[in-house]
Ligand binder design. Structure first.
Ligand SMILES: Nc1nc2c(ncn2[C@@H]2O[C@H](COP(=O)(O)OP(=O)(O)O)[C@@H](O)[C@H]2O)c(=O)[nH]1
Ligand SMILES: [Mg+2]
Length: 1039
């Protein structure tokens, strides 16, 4: 590189060391810059991409060029380092037109073929890795030849590989200029934040904090010399922890971190500092065996390459206790902030910290006695001076400054040569503990906005769209006191009426002949729905989501956050009560009641959309010209737009266990109109027991935003749309991928409620039927329940002639981290397959479709490639544990596998309209099949059928017998229909007169069969047990 620096003109570096030099004619100045001076001016001397950039495409050219040195100087003088770096990494177009979530989510070719080939790839790789929680997202430099997941090169591969050199060349050995070519991770993070919209920023901040990386608190822009408080970006970070006060009760606190009142301890540097402040901080926050790089520091890969745009950045992280005194470093939660760069150059940032922190630790090598910066501040924070120096050079200055600040020994730490890092950290920890204990200086990040405004620091939430949206959301959520009452008053169309409508529709399916009467009842109900004036909440909601541009996304996010905050408070109370009741009382009714309350107190954004769907469906029964109807015509289009922007939408309303078919299909029709014609979709679904990490898996894998359970127990299915990039459409043969997440299957909270099996089985059958690939999430401890569900799915598939479809099936075993998992579990896989086959055979026999002998006849599944083992999510003990790299990598491999499977799909993908029809007909079919779904599994269903066969046989025998003896005809009247009654009555009947024996027995028998017919199917196993007494009944007959 350094040889090029004296050249005038553009040098294009092609692959493998080919250099193309284009002299620039007509420029008369030859520019020669000394190497040493370049240290701070790296900004512009780097290579620049040559091709025009395509904002919509994420595949920039890998060809890079060198700029002239004159430009480097200009950029530096004109404060254009940012621009220059952005050009280097091809992010410049996004500086004005910010990167949005759907661009980040888009499935691109690199998802399956990865590798970092040039600087322009680096930010995308960092982003992609961050999105899948890869804890190596910021570090490592590699040769880029490996896969994305294994290596994450921030260093661009060089053309001339010096390590291959066989000569002895001292120039080379002492040449440390190799950092020139590297990008500092902090620069990349800063650049990405500067080039992303508020929603990508939120996603990045959330994921960074889950990886236990520090996140930007104040983001600098070195070209405008402005910095911004990243309040909005941090809004979505929710943390759980257990302070010491709760360690006895095993309680915990779950809070949105920007709303938590915490003491903040800040670390800054004055002048040069030979200590790596950030590394010291990392050690301060880690227990030694589990050291973690929370802050990027100079001793990590690429950490020593010069920072071009990230000086002035303040990062923040949190230390949160887990309630174990042996592990916790601090027993109370604390925020830790770290300023990059010298406070002398970043006074605003320093002032901000002094006014918001409980303590500021100032690191220095050399102190200037006249340093007014330290003494002039309007401090709220305690100041600690941390010198890494010897006594001679600093004594006088230190004395002077300390006196002026009124500091005692307590606030001065000198790291002498004798103190090693461990000793030093021990001292700092002690000081921090004392500050936390004593200080009442606690502020929330939300409150920091005021300080920022006072200092002329921008706040990201100040944009009008965000503020208007906030007001709109608060207007709705501020009204919510009692959730149940609120739902009744403001969202009246969904609950009872919708459930009733659902029931009527079901009856309509079953009793085709009395349809007219049912239609009448349905009309009545819809009339009732229409009779409600639209509630104020719904009016505000619909208005707000009709707002243009990003305002509606801000609104939806505010709504979601506000509602989460509300239900978090409400539900934690109820859940506490639930736990207590489970402990103390045997009273099932009470527990059931709390269950119902938990279910009722859940209020999410989906309830508002559900209401919208109901209002829309009801309005369709009005005449076409009715203004009330016309007013609502645009709603499906609105939702289609949201869907297209990646917003998850409810497909099945789990509470009523129904799909608002008209609403969903109108949304899909609108979606089809919004995109170009004949766009194809492929569908991926996940099935599994509640709380086993399904949503987390999908969110990690596809960057979607399904609700991760925060105690709410919703049920149903949600769908989210992902675009497929042009570069891979042809390979995958589709334009969109629809991801369906199911909620509430087999959840213990809901199991108590009626019809639980039925709902679960219907839901499972529907989503499997709707998908090209079904991911079955099996957590070790509840594999039985999953098999129960699968049995019904298989059964339903065999039964429903309409299906005619064979979805691919992938089993995902979570929380398995052993390297030998795949090997060891081969027996388990065989067993699983055997069980799956058995249940297919059982189901096939029942359905008289015995040609289906194995599971693979019904679903496409390979025991070898169809099982994935994914290690646990956390590496260590939460709350301080980062996401394990094993999880991230396994999920990424799974993603590649799934995309590969889609690629190999033989059947052609449906277009959106075909899919809409498919949803309709499948749901109708599922609703027709009410018989099978009410069973726990097909084995129970089988027993039920066998039971009836047996009884019928027996009945027939009996009838024959009675006919012969002319006994008891027309005299059977018993109405007993409780099985519990049966043994009792049987006993008493048995003791009566021998003469009437057969007559009585007949009575009993009829009671039993009547009872069995009315029996709730899922209680059939119970019935089977009781029927073992059947033998005695038979014996009775024979007497
Ligand atoms: N310990 C552990 N927790 C997990 C894992 N996966 C998810 N979680 C947590 O479990 C909770 C429920 O996850 P969620 O994805 O909502 O489960 P879902 O109900 O199956 O969709 C969340 O708090 C997750 O953070 C895992 O592998 N290990
Ligand atoms: Mg979920």
């Amino acid at each position: 590189m350094k040889n090029y620096k004296t050249l005038l003109g553009l040098i294009f570096r092609l692959n493998q060391g080919t250099v193309l030099y284009i002299p620039l004619q007509g420029i008369g100045i030859m520019c020669i810059v000394e190497m040493e001076n370049l240290e701070n001016k790296k900004g512009a001397e780097e290579k620049r991409p040559t091709t025009a950039k395509d904002v919509s495409s994420r595949g920039p050219s890998c060809m890079e060029a060198l700029t002239t040195q004159s430009k480097a100087q200009d950029d530096y003088k004109n404060g254009r380092q940012l621009k220059s770096l952005l050009e280097d990494v091809d992010l410049e177009p996004y500086y004005t037109k910010k990167l949005s979530l759907d661009q980040v989510r888009e499935i691109i070719k690199k998802t399956i073929t990865a590798g970092c080939k040039c600087k322009a790839d680096v930010p995308w790789h960092v982003l992609d890795k961050l999105m899948i929680f890869n804890a190596t997202a910021r570090n490592t430099d590699d040769d880029g030849s490996k896969d994305l997941i294994i290596s994450f090169p921030l260093e661009v591969p060089k053309c001339d590989d010096k390590s291959a050199s066989t000569d002895l060349d001292f120039e080379d050995l002492f040449d440390s200029s190799n950092t020139d070519d590297m990008l500092n991770p902090l620069d990349i993070i800063t650049a990405l934040f500067l080039c992303s919209d508020g929603f990508v920023q939120q996603e990045m901040a959330r994921k960074m904090s889950m990886c236990q990386f520090s996140v930007p608190l104040l983001l600098p822009n070195c070209d405008t010399n402005q910095c911004t408080l990243m309040l909005w970006a941090m809004r979505d970070i929710v943390k759980k922890y257990r302070p010491q006060s709760l360690s006895e009760s095993k309680g915990f606190i779950e809070d949105r971190i920007v709303l938590s009142e915490l003491p903040m301890i800040s670390f800054v540097r004055l002048g040069e500092c030979s200590l790596s402040k950030s590394e010291i901080l990392n050690k301060l926050l880690s227990n030694s065996p589990q050291y973690h790089d929370t802050f990027v520091h100079r001793n990590m890969e690429c950490g020593n390459s010069p920072r071009r745009i990230s000086n002035g950045l303040i990062e923040i992280t949190w230390y949160l206790p887990g309630g174990n005194t042996n592990i916790d470093i601090f027993s109370q939660p604390v925020a830790v902030a770290n300023l990059r760069g010298d406070i002398a150059s970043f006074e605003a940032q320093y002032s901000f910290l002094c006014q918001t922190s409980a303590a500021v630790f100032v690191f220095f090598d050399h102190l200037d006695a006249e340093c007014s910066l330290l003494t002039n501040q309007n401090h709220k924070a305690q100041i600690f001076l941390v010198g890494n120096c010897d006594r001679k050079s600093n004594e006088d200055a230190l004395k002077k400054v300390a006196t002026e600040l009124g500091l005692t020994n307590n606030n001065i730490i000198i790291k002498t040569k004798q103190k090693n890092d461990a000793d030093f950290i021990k001292i700092v920890r002690k000081k921090v503990r004392k500050v936390i204990r004593r200080s009442d200086m606690k502020v929330t990040i939300e409150q920091m906005a005021d300080v920022a405004h006072g200092l002329g620091i921008l706040v990201d939430e100040d944009s009008p769209e965000c503020q208007i949206a906030k007001t709109n959301a608060e207007a709705i959520t501020a009204e919510i006191q009692d959730i149940l009452k609120y739902k009744d008053a403001q969202l009246p169309c969904q609950d009872q009426i919708w459930k009733e409508l659902t029931r009527l529709k079901l009856e309509e399916f079953q009793l085709q002949n009395v349809q007219s009467q049912l239609q009448l009842q349905k009309k009545e109900l819809q009339k009732k729905q229409n009779s409600y004036d639209m509630s104020t909440a719904m009016t505000c909601f619909i208005n707000a989501i009709s707002s243009p541009g990003t305002e509606r996304f801000y609104f939806l996010k505010w709504m979601r956050m506000n509602l989460d905050n509300l239900s978090r408070i409400k539900l934690s109370e109820l859940q506490e009560k639930y736990q207590e009741k489970c402990k103390n009382s045997e009273n099932k009714e009470e527990i059931k009641e709390i269950d119902r309350q938990i279910s009722n107190s859940s209020l999410g954004i989906e309830h508002f959309f559900r209401e919208m769907g109901q209002i829309y469906e009801a309005s369709l029964s009005l005449p076409q010209t009715d203004p009330a109807r016309q007013q609502l015509q645009h709603l499906p289009k609105l939702c289609a737009e949201l869907l297209l922007d990646g917003f998850p939408l409810e497909l099945v309303d789990g509470d009523a266990s129904n799909i608002p078919l008209r609403w969903v299909s109108d949304v899909l029709s609108q979606l089809s109109d919004l995109v170009s014609p004949n766009r194809k979709i492929r569908v991926v679904t996940v099935l599994g027991v509640q709380g086993t990490g399904k949503s987390t898996l999908l969110n990690t894998m596809f960057g979607v935003q399904f609700a991760v359970s925060s105690g709410r127990c919703t049920r149903g299915a949600f769908m989210s749309l992902i675009k497929i990039n042009e570069d891979i459409k042809n390979v995958l043969n589709c334009d969109f991928m629809l991801i369906i997440d199911t909620e509430g299957l087999k959840s213990p909270e809901l199991a108590q409620l009626d019809n639980s099996y039925e709902h679960d089985n219907e839901l499972a059958t529907l989503v499997v039927g709707l998908s090209d690939i079904t991911i079955v999430n099996v957590a070790m401890e509840n594999s039985t329940e999953m098999k129960d569900i699968l049995q019904i799915v298989v059964h339903a598939f065999l039964r429903m002639k309409e299906v005619g479809k064979k979805p691919k099936c992938v089993f995902v075993h979570q929380n398995v981290s052993d390297v030998s998992a795949h090997e060891k579990n081969s027996r388990d896989r065989k067993l699983l397959l055997e069980q799956l086959n058995e249940m297919t055979q059982a189901a096939a026999k029942m359905e008289k479709k015995e040609e289906n002998k194995s599971f693979t006849d019904v679903m496409e599944y390979s025991p070898d490639t169809g099982n994935w083992y994914i290690p646990g999510l956390w590496n260590g003990n939460p709350p301080m544990a980062p996401v394990s790299i094993g999880y991230s990598e396994a999920v990424y491999e799974l993603k590649k596998h799934i995309i590969q499977l889609l690629r190999n799909c033989e059947s052609s993908a449906n277009d959106i309209l075909e899919y809409k029809e498919w949803v309709k007909s499948l749901w109708t079919a599922v609703k027709h099949e009410n018989f099978i779904f009410s069973f726990k599994n097909s084995l129970v269903a089988d027993s039920y059928t066998k039971l009836f066969t047996e009884i019928n046989k027996w009945k027939w025998e009996f009838k024959r017998e009675t006919r012969i003896s002319n006994f008891g005809r027309g005299e059977i009247k018993s109405e007993t229909s409780d099985l519990n009654e049966f043994p009792r009555s049987f006993k008493s009947e048995a003791s009566t007169d021998q003469k009437n024996k057969k007559h009585k027995a007949n009575n009993i028998f009829i009671s039993v069969s009547r009872f069995l017919r009315t029996l709730l199917p899922h209680r059939v196993s119970h019935a089977c047990k009781s029927l073992s007494q059947k033998k005695s009944v038979k014996m009775l007959f024979h007497h």
